[in-house]
Design a protein around this ligand. Structure first.
Ligand SMILES: C[S@@+](CC[C@H](N)C(=O)[O-])C[C@H]1O[C@@H](n2cnc3c(N)ncnc32)[C@H](O)[C@@H]1O
Length: 391
């Protein structure tokens, strides 16, 4: 992580324009004189630089939560601040190299906000959960060029490998997302997905609550699948197979079938391995038979309009509020000048918590520098925060 080891920190007058970097305001740690965040805008991105005064080092570096990519943005902003404030740099890992314009960006890689804000629905959509080596995903996409495939994975090297293959094979009908499949379906509109592939999911025999297939996942799949759409589980695990049978038969009405040791057009690395070991392979396929209502409106991240006093922020304790939908954790408080306040918090689901900042200025609160992902658990955490801020 780029950083400057400095002799001592010096503040500047805000807002300031230092070369092509803007410094917007400074938020100081509320309870100890140990650091500050510097709101920075560069090349259209807003993020914080952090000044931290430790036992034996004073550092200027980038904030983890708002950290922009590529690293060049941080490096350039650190040096711009140091110059603007006249800091004495003792040592650093920041070079003054020009921006590397050859850095690869992948069009296929999307963020969860992309789907949360405007889910693509112009053409048939299929989802593959945990695509691993992506053999099946790439094969499906190349043989069905008019269908959009959304590949979900949480293993970064697999994502990187798939993205490279998408470029090499010149495929334009795959979107890749680094997100937990157990949480993704809530962003999908009802009745629009034609297939959900779950091939060789991690069996999690000792921690079944971590399995992708669950009653909740089946219910959400049934909602997002169109009539005739299918959720296709393929597994070599006897235990997962039995668990899936139980799960798929639990709704009062459901339509599913089982096949054993059937070949499919493309085999994955895992499948090749299990076949060599003469293991049985099970397909458990659920078919959606009914149309579902549209998902409920979940609200947004606006705060109540009545003014929030600095005092009510100061009175907030650094606590964790656990609920059945997830949690809200007030982590740290900051002051901005005399009256402004800022809170750093973690929120949302236990499986995919999100960290963010809330600015409180002139009695009004807003998330900074961007809104959290519009998930049900984040919205519920937001409603709780709004209540706490308004006493
Ligand atoms: C055993 S591998 C199978 C990969 C591939 N489907 C195949 O057949 O070769 C399971 C994959 O699921 C991914 N995975 C596990 N849990 C996941 C989750 N909750 N959401 C998305 N992907 C997940 C893992 O990272 C891993 O790549």
């Amino acid at each position: 992580m780029p950083h400057l080891h400095i002799e001592s920190f010096k503040t500047i007058t805000y807002p300031a324009q230092c070369g092509d970097v803007e410094f917007l305001f400074q938020a100081d740690y509320h309870d100890q004189n140990k650091g500050s965040l510097i709101a920075t805008r560069y090349k259209g991105k807003e993020f914080f630089l952090v000044y931290k005064h430790g036992e034996n080092k004073t550092l200027l570096k980038s904030d983890k939560i708002t950290r922009p990519t590529p690293n060049y943005l941080i490096k350039h902003s650190l040096l711009a601040y140091a110059e603007c404030a006249g800091l004495n740099i003792l040592d650093s890992n920041v070079d003054n190299a020009p921006e590397n314009t050859h850095l690869k960006t992948y069009d296929a890689l999307k963020s969860i906000s992309y789907f949360a804000d405007n889910f693509p629905r112009e053409r048939e959509v299929r989802i593959e959960v945990g695509f691993g080596s992506a053999r099946h995903l790439l094969h499906q996409a190349s043989t069905n060029p008019n269908i959009l495939f959304i590949g979900l994975e949480i293993h970064k090297p697999s994502i990187e490998q798939a993205l490279k293959q998408i470029v090499i094979q010149n495929l334009t009908n795959i979107m890749v997302l680094d997100y937990d499949a157990r949480l993704f379906l809530e962003f999908v509109p009802s009745n629009i997905i034609s297939r959900i592939y779950v091939h060789f999911p991690v069996p999690w025999d000792k921690k079944p609550h971590r399995r992708v297939i669950s009653k909740a996942f089946l219910k959400e799949s049934d909602r997002v699948l169109c009539i005739g759409g299918r959720l296709e589980l393929r597994t070599d695990s006897e235990e997962y197979y039995r668990f899936a049978l139980e799960t798929f038969s639990s709704p009062s009405k459901s339509c599913f079938y089982v096949r054993k040791n059937q070949d499919i057009a493309v085999t994955s690395k895992y499948e090749d391995r299990w076949k060599k070991m003469d293991k049985n392979i099970y397909d458990v396929t659920f078919t959606c038979e009914t149309e579902s209502p549209e998902a409920e409106e979940i609200g947004d991240f606006s705060f109540s309009s009545s003014p929030i006093s600095s005092q009510s922020v100061d009175n907030l304790s650094k606590d964790t509020y656990k609920r059945e939908w997830g949690f809200l954790h007030i982590e740290r408080k900051f002051t901005i000048g005399k009256e402004g306040r800022m809170i750093r918090l973690a929120m949302g689901s236990f499986d995919r918590p999100e960290s963010t900042y809330v600015l409180i200025k002139n009695g009004a609160a807003r998330y900074y520098p961007s809104l959290p992902v519009r998930s049900k658990s984040n919205i519920k955490a937001h409603i709780l925060l709004d209540e706490l801020l308004h006493g």
